[in-house]
Design a binder for this molecule. Structure first.
Ligand code: HEC
Length: 118
């Protein structure tokens, strides 16, 4: 009887802590999901992400996305590149994510935040 009570209390405590555990496990920034999703950024089809072990089977027609903070100290310049790559390179075949409204302005900001953490 006593064991049963302890067992029940233990199970209740475990159940109560599960949402917190789940939140901890999923700490990837929202921009990562946007960048990785085939329906959204689909960045992996052209770019490797060498610092991420879960970026598998990436394309290599675009430069590897790495050391972004060092290479793009100006956040606005990086954002402009993603908004419309053809502004800096008329021959670019990277989709103009902002100009063609492939991503929302908020999603572009999330992607930029994510990239600057790489
Ligand atoms: C269809 C292929 C393609 C897709 C999809 C693509 N890119 Fe690109 N990206 C390129 C190419 C090619 C370049 C090289 C420069 C250029 O063309 O502007 C580039 C350049 C870049 C650069 C500049 C990198 C540097 O080192 O100068 C960034 C940042 C970038 N892409 C981010 C992204 C992000 C973020 C996504 C997804 C939201 C994405 N790209 C999706 C092809 C792509």
């Amino acid at each position: 009887m006593r064991f049963r009570a302890f067992f029940m209390i233990g199970m209740l405590a475990l159940a109560a802590s599960l949402p917190a555990l789940a939140q901890k496990a999923d700490k990837s920034p929202p921009g990562k999901a946007v960048a990785f999703s085939q329906d959204k950024g689909n960045c992996l089809s052209c770019h490797g992400f060498p610092s991420l072990t879960d970026a598998e089977q990436t394309g290599n027609s675009g430069p590897p996305i790495i050391a972004m903070q060092a290479r793009f100290p100006d956040r606005a310049a990086l954002r402009a590149r993603i908004w419309d790559a053809s502004a800096g390179n008329a021959a670019s075949f990277m989709p103009p994510f902002g100009r063609h409204r492939i991503l929302t302005e908020e999603e572009i900001d999330q992607v930029v935040d994510f990239l600057l953490g790489l």
